[in-house]
Design a protein around this ligand. Structure first.
Ligand code: ADP
Ligand code: ASP
Ligand code: MG
Length: 412
């Protein structure tokens, strides 16, 4: 069996943990399996590298930023390969470029275009364990790119897809995917299985346990992902096309995102083409816009508010300033003191009133809703950041997610 395993930052945070991962990998190899291991940077190395940059400049080149951040994973691969080797197994470490992980050129959120499997296949044929640096690739100009925070998950799933692996395991510091972040809500319950669509929404809406593009890739190539803990041998959560839950829960999970900024442009002329100008200019600079609200027109002017990630804020504000003369708006504001809380569930589409239940739970906590957006399988609200914790706990309780037998379900 060809197995791809990915170990996240906390699983390789120190030499002792790296040695433990080595042991686990070797055990699997000695059972007769072929193994490709993908690793993250040790512990909070990536955060520390970002802090380091702040002491040098407020306006770093994106190319150099990716060059720097990609070093974290390169330290781990060498140390893990040494640890595996010292147990007596044949092993080779490879960086993203050495593997031939080709990406587009959008630094800090590059997308994988193709993986040249030649080198991987050759090392596997030589019966070597392969240790690959996650989160990185190489663009057409041979420059190093990174895939966005949490992107090592995507490296693992993309390798599993391109190598036609039999199993893809994502080892992390919790037992699997829970009804919400178990660190915020101790009553959160581990799910045995979750569909790609629900996991994709949760990941996009802030559940960092899986990188959204990893889930996209898994869905595209129909690769089941087993999310589980590297600290024990418990079974985790299987992310797959359909789950065989007897009853479909209306709400499968709750996500929150603190990496959000609300931008408001006010006194915008009420004319055709204005929204196109604003949002195409943002798209040109690769700024991902999330929620958009246009207020009702008064005195021939509107106000348009939208959210972007805090990481994109600098670019977004540059764009807004640059289009001022063209559009002729009066002013703009931005607010970083906000969070997005969301409920996600495939059963929502056939159950009217789910959004109202969400709003009721938040109203009872006296939480003001600054923006709302809905789709067939989610409802999201922008609220004050300091209330995110209260909101997530209230929603988890409202939909009884801590109790499998009592959760609000389609058949109730
Ligand atoms: P790794 O370094 O292994 O990639 P991450 O920190 O990226 O780990 O992801 C694991 C974390 O995701 C957990 O520690 C948990 O706090 C957080 N998390 C957020 N939402 C969820 C959820 N629904 N289920 C499980 N974990 C979640
Ligand atoms: N080291 C990167 C990060 O911290 C990538 C990853 O861990 O997946 O975001
Ligand atoms: Mg992660």
């Amino acid at each position: 069996m060809l197995v791809v395993q990915k170990y996240g930052g906390s699983s390789v945070a120190n030499p002792k943990r790296i040695r433990r991962v080595a042991q686990r990998v070797v055990e699997m190899h000695r059972q007769g399996h072929q193994i490709i291991v993908v690793v993250s940077a040790m512990g909070d190395t990536t955060d520390k590298l970002i802090e380091l940059v702040k002491e040098i400049t407020t306006n770093p080149s994106e190319r150099e930023m990716d060059r720097l951040l990609s070093t974290g994973e390169q330290v781990t691969i060498a140390l893990l390969a040494m640890a595996i080797n010292s147990i007596g197994e044949d092993v080779i470490s490879l960086t993203g470029p050495q593997v031939g992980i080709k990406t587009d050129s959008i630094h800090s959120k590059a997308r994988i275009i193709d993986i040249d499997t030649g080198r991987l296949q050759q090392e596997i044929n030589d019966d070597k364990i392969i240790v690959v640096a996650g989160f990185q690739g190489i663009n057409e100009e041979n420059d190093i790119t990174t895939l966005g925070r949490g992107g090592s998950d995507t490296t693992a799933v993309a390798i599993a897809a391109s190598m036609n692996a039999d199993l893809c395991e994502i080892f992390t510091d919790v037992d699997g995917v829970y009804t919400t972040d178990p660190r915020m809500v101790p009553e959160a319950r581990k799910l045995d299985a979750i569909t790609y669509d629900e996991m994709l929404e949760l990941a996009h809406l802030g559940a960092v346990v899986l990188h959204p593009r990893a889930v996209e890739c898994a869905k595209l190539y129909n690769i089941p992902i087993h999310v589980r803990s590297s600290f024990n041998h418990n079974l985790g959560t299987i992310v797959k096309e359909v789950t065989d839950l007897e009853k479909d829960m209306v709400v499968a999970g709750i996500a929150y995102d603190l990496n959000v900024t609300k931008i408001g442009i006010f006194d915008v002329p009420d004319e055709p083409g204005i929204a196109h100008k604003i949002f195409s200019s943002l798209a040109e600079k690769n700024v991902n816009v999330d929620m958009i609200i246009q207020s009702a027109m008064r005195n021939q002017v509107n106000s348009i508010s939208f959210t972007v990630s805090q990481t994109d804020l600098r670019h977004a504000l540059n764009v807004v300033e640059n289009i001022k003369d063209d559009i002729g708006y009066k002013g703009y504001t931005h607010d970083q003191d906000v969070a997005k809380v969301s409920i996600v569930g495939a059963g929502m589409v056939s159950n009217p009133g789910v959004a109202a239940m969400m709003f009721e739970a938040l109203a009872l906590e006296n939480i003001n809703l600054e923006m709302i957006s809905t789709s067939d399988i989610k409802v999201s609200c922008i609220i004050k950041k300091e209330l995110a914790d209260i909101a997530v706990k209230a929603l988890h309780k409202k939909f009884n997610l801590g109790d499998e037998n009592d959760s609000v379900c389609c058949c109730s």
